[in-house]
Design a protein around this ligand. Structure first.
Ligand SMILES: N[C@@H](CCC(=O)N[C@@H](CS)C(=O)NCC(=O)O)C(=O)O
Length: 217
């Protein structure tokens, strides 16, 4: 198997961490966004969206980080990260969908609009969009805050793929104007999970500034 990533991409880190957690050893292709590696005809043939991560397993090409993680669990022969019980699976998948569709879409767009765009001269910041993202992040953070009351993991008592989805944008917590102080359960959960072995091992190189990442909603 070959996993294509950008070293500073949160969705790549989400998959790389699961690779480490499962002890898998795919070949890792570290692409260079600035050099245009994700816009070559060769890469677009793997993923027409021009985005990472992408997993190639023989003739099979898979993009979308959360489903790559489900596939990796199957390739590993199963794992408590994604147990076979249908209700537990559905619960984990629910949070993976929610992470992409709502929570990290709101927060990720806020990061892109208020942090990355001005930093790299990628066009004018839209105050209306920033305002909308702040509202949406607040709306969905309230849902997560309530869910994490008395819990240390998203589903059941063990770490699952749902946790690797939720942690994805944690490192940007202090870098936007969003106020996380009304969300003590989320802060506790992020503070704990960001120290776990596989997540730490999947961190981008220290030399890369935290803003040097593209998250596009
Ligand atoms: N829903 C996709 C999102 C992938 C994504 O946003 N990838 C970013 C890096 S985290 C990317 O490749 N951006 C490059 C671009 O937008 O051109 C997933 O979960 O894999």
């Amino acid at each position: 198997m070959k996993l294509h990533i950008l070293p500073v991409s949160p969705n790549s880190r989400k998959v790389l961490a699961v690779v480490h957690h499962l002890g898998l050893k795919p070949e890792i292709a570290c692409l260079d966004f600035a050099a245009g590696d994700t816009r070559t005809a060769e890469f677009l043939a793997l993923n027409p969206n021009g985005m990472v991560p992408v997993l190639v397993d023989g003739d099979f090409r898979l993009w979308e980080s959360n489903v790559i993680n489900q596939y990796l669990v199957e390739k590993a022969g199963g794992s408590p990260l994604f147990p076979r019980d249908p209700q537990i699976r559905a619960d984990i998948t629910r949070w993976q969908f929610w992470e992409q569709a709502h929570f990290n879409r709101a927060f990720g767009t806020l990061i892109f609009e208020s942090l990355i765009k001005p930093k790299f001269g990628m066009g004018e910041v839209s105050p209306g969009l920033v305002e909308y993202c702040l509202r949406e992040t607040s709306r969905f953070a309230a849902v997560l805050e309530g869910h994490l009351e008395g819990r240390s993991t998203m589903v059941g008592d063990d770490v699952t793929l749902a946790d690797y989805a939720m942690i994805c944008l944690e490192r940007y917590r202090g870098l936007t104007s969003f106020d996380w102080s009304p969300f003590p359960n989320i802060n506790r959960y992020f503070d704990d999970f960001r120290e776990t072995g596989a997540w730490v091992k999947a961190a981008p190189p220290q030399s890369v500034p935290v803003e040097r990442v593209l998250v596009r909603a």
